[in-house]
Design a protein around this ligand. Structure first.
Ligand code: CP
Length: 325
């Protein structure tokens, strides 16, 4: 993390100096293996807590401002659920069209307003770098819930947590990412996180949706093996993780191009028949057509379990940043 802790209010006498207290969470580059282990251990405890007791009062008296300039189902509601299950409360700014943003209020002013009422801000925004801008102006911690085609660090954390929970390790795996690797911020963040481990990457996409150079550079510079291809059939048999993404219609300026690539890959039962017995299919969701509904019944389909893990990871992060993990 590295920056001085932001002020959340009076430092609680029982707060833990866990390296996360008062920190913004903007990018996966803030996490090394020790920090990842810490968050995954806390997330595991959160799972046990929810399964046994449903909720706790760890964050009682704390308020989260949930500020979403882009649509969201999972990230938004899992942050809210995470806060509420830990006894905190939420200001749900999920419909910014009904806020003063439509009157022309700037992001810095909106953030300064919300931090007057809340202890922590979660932000999703269509522009890359918006979370860093918000964090610059905010005296309270900001968590990046997706900034345009930039990063989605909490998604990458829950993705890796899912790999760990499902396969028992992250090292020595072949991770295949399929679909919209250009605009899919989840695959950018996950790749940058997985380079901390001994992982071999396969990037499968149509030509126009290739993984950006800056992400490939990180893979190269960290000495990881990777393959770039447009054929998923060739690589599925060897994959331990098949991470499928939606083609992001909202990022295209030319809808004809979108139509041309939208159904390029469809993971179906026939393809799954060629996959390993012990492997998992992941998807950050929402899905459109890229995984057939019949695959949902396959025990290797981990995407709904992955989605549930989002709440445990976000409980862990909120507790850690607020000094209670
Ligand atoms: N995975 C994810 O970010 O989903 P939402 O867009 O629904 O938040």
């Amino acid at each position: 993390m590295g920056q001085p802790a932001k002020t959340i209010g009076r430092v609680p006498a029982d707060h833990f100096d866990n390296g996360f207290y008062g920190q913004d969470i903007l990018s996966v580059s803030q996490f090394d293996r020790d920090k990842l282990d810490y968050i995954f251990n806390v997330a595991h405890e959160m799972r046990v807590l929810v399964e046994r007791f449903g909720s706790a009062d760890l964050l009682q008296g704390k308020i989260l401002a949930n500020l979403f300039y882009e649509p969201s189902t999972r990230t938004s509601s899992s942050f809210m659920a995470a806060m509420m299950r830990l006894g905190g409360q939420v200001i749900p700014m999920n419909n910014v069209q009904y806020s003063s943003v439509t009157k022309g209020e700037s992001l810095p002013d909106t953030v300064r307003t919300l931090e007057s009422y809340a202890d922590i801000i979660v932000l999703r925004h269509p522009e890359m770098g918006a979370a860093a801008t918000a964090a610059h102006y905010a005296a309270k911690p900001v968590i990046n819930a997706g900034d345009g085609v930039g990063e989605h660090p909490t998604q990458a954390l829950l993705d890796q947590f899912t790999i760990l929970e499902e396969l028992g390790r992250v090292d020595d795996l072949k991770v295949t990412m399929v679909g919209d690797l250009k605009y899919g911020r989840t695959v950018h963040s996950l790749t940058k996180l997985l380079v901390n481990y001994d992982v071999e990457f396969v990037f499968v996409s149509p030509d126009i949706l290739r993984m950006p150079k800056d992400v490939l550079d990180v893979v190269r510079e960290t000495g990881h093996q990777f393959t770039v291809t447009d054929d998923v059939h060739d690589v599925v048999t060897e994959s331990d993780v098949l991470y499928v993404t939606r083609v992001q219609k909202e990022r295209f300026t030319d809808l004809v191009e979108y139509q041309r690539v939208r159904d390029h890959y469809i993971i179906d039962e026939a393809l799954m028949a060629t996959a390993k017995e012990k492997m998992i299919v992941m998807h950050p969701l929402p899905r459109v057509n890229e995984i057939s509904y019949a695959v949902d019944e396959d025990p290797r389909a981990a995407y709904f379990r992955q989605m549930r893990n989002g709440m445990y990871i976000r409980m862990a992060l909120l507790a850690a940043v607020l000094g209670k993990a």
